[in-house]
Write a protein that binds this ligand. Structure first.
Ligand SMILES: NC(=O)c1ccc[n+]([C@@H]2O[C@H](COP(=O)([O-])OP(=O)(O)OC[C@H]3O[C@@H](n4cnc5c(N)ncnc54)[C@H](O)[C@@H]3O)[C@@H](O)[C@H]2O)c1
Ligand SMILES: [Zn+2]
Ligand SMILES: [Zn+2]
Length: 373
């Protein structure tokens, strides 16, 4: 199958828009005709050279949605015509992590994940002259067609457009899930979210869905704080008014008996903000959830007394979301109007404009760009 794609050929360089060849699906794989893909900071991170596990040439992209057009031998859960979201965290329902009920981090397709290959150690993606192109995160959505394992595909319920469903491939479950599944925010609790980019905004709406009583949004930008209010924030703190450290301002809004928030979240990728989020969690049971991805080699400096005082520090990957089960559930909540999505889309573009959109993301312009094929 010949199709157009944006090919990652070198770190720090724009993606190359050209034709690639996509092989038919093999055992338990599906060929997916993509209709839309979102662009995420993680793609940008891989393109930048900071990602130690980057492979190239490769087809990046992990926030797509499309239609199954061919199934390989042994595919049981999907059929031609099914609309799907590729998952960078699969859900096989049989491996030890899946059966444990304690984590969403299925390891069934791990073996060749970092190598950028399918689970049999080969690639379905090639240049027209036959040279191999690597996969990325099991998803490779920056192409008109991709091949994915059936365990890495979530079904889209009827009636939900793919140009919105694609955002359920990363940003929406990561943020909402951080509140609902990783932190398990309790009704009535006080939450503080440090960083209100696409991930933080979805954490804010996850806190709202969990029934939090107070949701304090923190960012350096007034426009993002205004959007955070739309997503459910009850209070907004501009950290530029506090020298970039809003800990005292957050604490001032919390129950003085506790002197901190029940749940705090970090969604900036900056280690000094991770520490601030931990400090803003209350002693005696406050939970701090890290969602941001720190730079290569960066470490977090934590005072042990914060943890001895009963705070819990946890992380979240894909929001603790079990993709094949819970992405369709979140899509249903979008259909019911409970989950805001349209407000996250800055612009819909064609594939030729993908590099321009990454430039804008690098300059912190916009929330989510969506490529429509
Ligand atoms: N854990 C996961 O599974 C997962 C998945 C996707 C993305 N991420 C990571 O989540 C992080 C956030 O992603 P994003 O796309 O929302 O990023 P973004 O850069 O769009 O948003 C970060 C926000 O943090 C704000 N900020 C910066 N310094 C601050 C400070 N001192 N106080 C308060 N706010 C501050 C910025 O103004 C910005 O609005 C990134 O590190 C990304 O790599 C994690
Ligand atoms: Zn992402
Ligand atoms: Zn599994």
């Amino acid at each position: 199958m010949r199709c157009r794609a944006a090919i990652f050929e070198a770190e720090g360089k724009p993606l190359v828009i050209d034709e690639i060849e996509v092989d038919p699906p093999r055992e338990k794989e599906c060929l997916v005709k993509l209709e839309a893909t979102g662009l995420c900071h993680t793609d940008l991170y891989t393109m930048s050279g900071a990602d130690p596990s980057a492979n190239w040439p490769a087809i990046l992209g992990h926030e797509g949605a499309g239609v199954v057009v061919e199934t390989g031998p042994g595919v049981e859960s999907l059929t031609t015509g099914d609309r799907v979201v590729p998952l960078f965290v699969p859900e096989c329902r049989a491996c030890v992590p899946c059966r444990s009920g304690e984590t969403n981090l299925c390891d069934a397709l791990d073996r060749y994940y970092e190598a950028g290959l399918m689970s049999d150690g080969t690639t379905r993606l090639h240049y027209p002259d036959g040279r191999d192109i690597k996969h990325y995160m099991n998803t490779s959505t920056f192409a008109e067609y991709t091949v994915a394992h059936e365990w890495a595909l979530a079904k889209i319920p009827d009636g939900i457009p793919t140009e919105r469903a694609c955002l359920f491939g990363c940003g929406i479950p990561t943020g909402i899930g951080a509140a609902l599944w990783s932190a398990q925010v309790r009704p009535g609790s006080t939450c503080a979210v440090f960083g209100c980019g696409p991930i933080g905004l979805n954490i804010v709406q996850g806190c709202r869905l969990a029934g939090a009583g107070r949701i304090i949004a923190v960012d350096l930008r007034a426009d993002r704080l205004a959007t955070a209010r739309t997503f459910g924030a009850t209070d907004a703190i501009d950290a530029t008014e506090h020298d970039g450290n809003a800990v005292a301002a957050v604490k001032a809004l919390c129950d003085p008996a506790w002197g901190g928030a029940d749940f705090t979240f970090e969604a900036t990728g900056r280690t000094q903000v991770m520490r601030q989020a931990l400090e803003a969690a209350r002693y005696g049971g406050g939970t701090c959830v890290l969602a941001g991805v720190a730079g290569k080699g960066e470490t977090l400096n934590v005072l042990p007394k914060l943890l001895i005082g009963g705070r819990r520090l946890i992380g979240t990957a894909f929001g603790g979301c079990r993709g094949r089960t819970q992405v369709p559930e979140l899509l249903e909540r979008y259909r019911k109007g409970e989950v805001l999505v349209d407000e996250l889309v800055t612009e819909e573009v064609t594939l030729d404009r993908i590099n321009e959109c990454f430039e804008r993301m690098r300059a912190d312009d916009g929330l989510r760009f969506v490529v429509r094929y």
